[in-house]
Structures are given as structure tokens and as C-alpha cells.
Design a protein around this ligand. Structure first.
Ligand SMILES: Nc1ncnc2c1ncn2[C@@H]1O[C@H](COP(=O)(O)OP(=O)(O)OP(=O)(O)O)[C@@H](O)[C@H]1O
Ligand SMILES: [Mg+2]
Length: 292
């Protein structure tokens, strides 16, 4: 059963496999972010996207890092066209979609996101129409953002259906993550935020980090946390970055790859709220209002 109406709950587990018809209300939009920089967001986005594709989902990565976009660097592909080209250079939406490894596709936001605020009514309605096409082409869209509590990152969190926060066991990462969760809580943007603990060096360290995060949030905030899983510190990741080859493909049996696959299944199993404005179309409409 898949009820798609405001306030109802949808289960991706029951989503049709790729070859079947697409959800009526568009793709599931998930923003991946962190309080502190360099914690592993881009690596997780890319490898999680491939793991979800391996589980039969059609996945698009939207590279929304307005500073240094590096999804392409990690994948060793060069999307020469960005959202900006679609908005201002008449490049079709299909032509800014680049095939990546493992069956995923990538769209580079570039400066296009900032331009969303400046669109005319006609440009906006054209964009929305074109995004409907993309919504029919994807089950899940992962948005890779920069770190921190900037207006842009908050807008990407606000506009998405769901947020995944990446943290590491370092006290600075925990403190910055808590700062970001506090802002999300204050603005009442989401009832729940998922989190992943990355670069853990022992089972104890992972447990301790999950406990501390849950404890802090339970004690002081209304928002709920949903722990998706942890990823160990794994040298495989460091070498895969150097080789520009996602570790889930280069070393599919490494501990990091197995951990990401487990996280992909946690995400697929998770029920999520369907908003009035969902899918990529809803995401971009909300963003253009938030950036204004
Ligand atoms: N689990 C891990 N084990 C070992 N090294 C890791 C792991 N996760 C990330 N790294 C290392 O951390 C570096 C930064 O990762 P990544 O670029 O994914 O972080 P980020 O959060 O996207 O950074 P930014 O905030 O700059 O966008 C990687 O190049 C990699 O070397
Ligand atoms: Mg990054």
C-alpha cells in the first residue's frame, strides 16, 4: 500500500523497482549535510547513491555544494554543464544529467541554485515542468551540500523531504552537529533527522557517539533523531578518493562498503512523511522561495 497524500506515510520498501511506474508525487529528496566540514559527506553521498542503485532504485545526485563541488572529482567524471546552463543557456534538463558509475546520474548545481531566486515567472514555470520529467526518472535524489549553518545549507535542508546528518566521533563534530540540529529544531523544519556516524575506530567509540547525540537531543530538543548506521575509519576510502573510484565498486567487500550497503537498506526500510510539495519539483519550488 502506498498512500500519497499530505501527512500520510510512504514506505520505500514497497516502492516499485526501477522498471515499474514512478511514484505519483515524485522522487524522495534527501539532503546530506554536516555541522563540521570534511567529515565524509561527499564520499557517503556517492557510495550510498550507488548502493541504493544496486538495490534497484533509480538515483540522481544533485551536487549542491555551492563552494567546492566535488562529487565529480570523487567519481572521476566531469559534468561540464550545470543547472545554470539549463536556466540560462537553453540546455535541456536531460542534457545537464550526467551518467555516473554504478547506474547513477549526477546533476551539478553550480551557481544555478543562487540563480533560482532571480527567475521570471515564465522561467520558473518552465523549470517546474522540466523537473517533472526528472521526477519521473528517479526514485531517490541525494543532495550533497557543504557544511555548517549557512543560509544555503539550511535552505537545502528545509526544502528536502529528509535530512541525513553526517558526524564523526570527534567532540568538535558532535558540537557542530548539535548546533545544526538545534537550528533545524528551532525552525521546526523536520520532525526527525537521520544521522550516520563516520570514521569510527571501534564499536565502543560508535556506541558512545550515538549515545551522546541521542542523549543531548532527547534532553534539550523536540526534534527526533534516527540513527542509520556507522562507517568505520577505513583506509580503502582514502585510496579510493585518490583513485577517483567509489569504494563500493572498487572494494565491494571492504568494511566501509558493507556498512554503506547496510545504511542503504535502513534508508529503504524507513517510512517517511509525504508533504504537499514533494519530489524534485517541490524541492526546487521551495528552494527558490527560500533563496529569495
Ligand atoms: N570512513 C572513512 N575512513 C577513512 N577516511 C575517510 C572516511 N570518510 C572520509 N574520509 C576521508 O575524509 C576526506 C573528506 O571526505 P569528504 O570529501 O567526503 O568530506 P565532506 O564532508 O564532503 O567534506 P566538505 O565539508 O569539504 O564537503 C576524504 O577525502 C577521505 O580521505
Ligand atoms: Mg563534500
Amino acid at each position: 500500500m502506498r498512500i500519497i497524500k499530505r501527512g500520510f506515510i510512504r514506505e520505500d520498501k514497497e516502492a516499485p523497482p526501477s522498471e515499474n511506474p514512478v511514484p505519483a508525487r515524485g522522487a524522495r529528496i534527501i539532503t546530506i549535510t554536516s555541522g563540521k566540514g570534511g567529515v565524509g559527506k561527499t564520499n557517503i553521498t556517492v557510495n550510498l547513491a550507488i548502493a541504493l542503485a544496486q538495490a534497484g532504485r533509480r538515483v540522481i545526485i544533485f551536487d549542491a555544494d555551492l563552494g567546492l563541488a566535488n562529487v565529480d572529482v570523487l567519481l572521476g567524471v566531469t559534468p561540464r554543464r550545470t543547472l545554470y546552463d539549463h536556466l540560462y543557456r537553453d540546455v535541456s534538463i536531460e542534457n545537464i544529467l550526467f551518467p555516473g558509475p554504478g547506474g547513477i546520474s549526477i546533476i551539478s548545481g553550480g551557481s544555478g541554485f543562487l540563480e533560482l531566486a532571480n527567475l521570471t515567472a515564465k522561467q520558473r514555470s518552465n523549470l517546474v515542468k522540466n523537473l517533472e520529467k526528472l521526477d519521473r526518472m528517479a526514485d531517490i535524489v541525494l543532495i550533497d551540500t557543504g557544511a555548517g549553518i549557512s543560509k544555503d545549507v539550511l535552505a537545502f535542508c528545509a526544502a528536502a523531504d529528509e535530512v541525513i546528518l553526517v558526524i564523526t566521533p570527534e567532540p568538535t563534530s558532535l558540537a557542530d552537529a548539535y548546533g545544526l540540529i538545534k537550528v533545524l529544531d528551532r525552525f521546526n523544519l523536520h520532525r526527525e533527522v537521520h544521522f550516520i556516524v563516520n570514521q569510527v575506530r571501534s564499536y565502543g567509540e560508535s556506541n558512545e557517539t550515538v549515545y551522546r547525540m541521542n542523549h543531548l537531543v532527547d534532553k534539550y530538543l523536540t526534534i527526533r533523531l534516527n540513527y542509520l548506521g556507522d562507517i568505520c575509519y577505513d583506509q580503502t576510502i582514502v585510496s579510493s578518493v585518490k583513485q577517483q573510484s567509489p569504494f563500493i565498486l572498487a572494494s565491494p567487500t571492504s568494511r566501509a562498503a558493507l556498512a554503506v550497503k547496510k545504511i542503504a537498506f535502513s534508508l529503504i526500510d524507513k517510512k517517511w512523511m509525504v508533504e504537499e510539495e514533494s519530489g524534485l519539483k517541490g524541492f526546487i519550488s521551495k528552494l527558490s522561495r527560500l533563496f529569495r
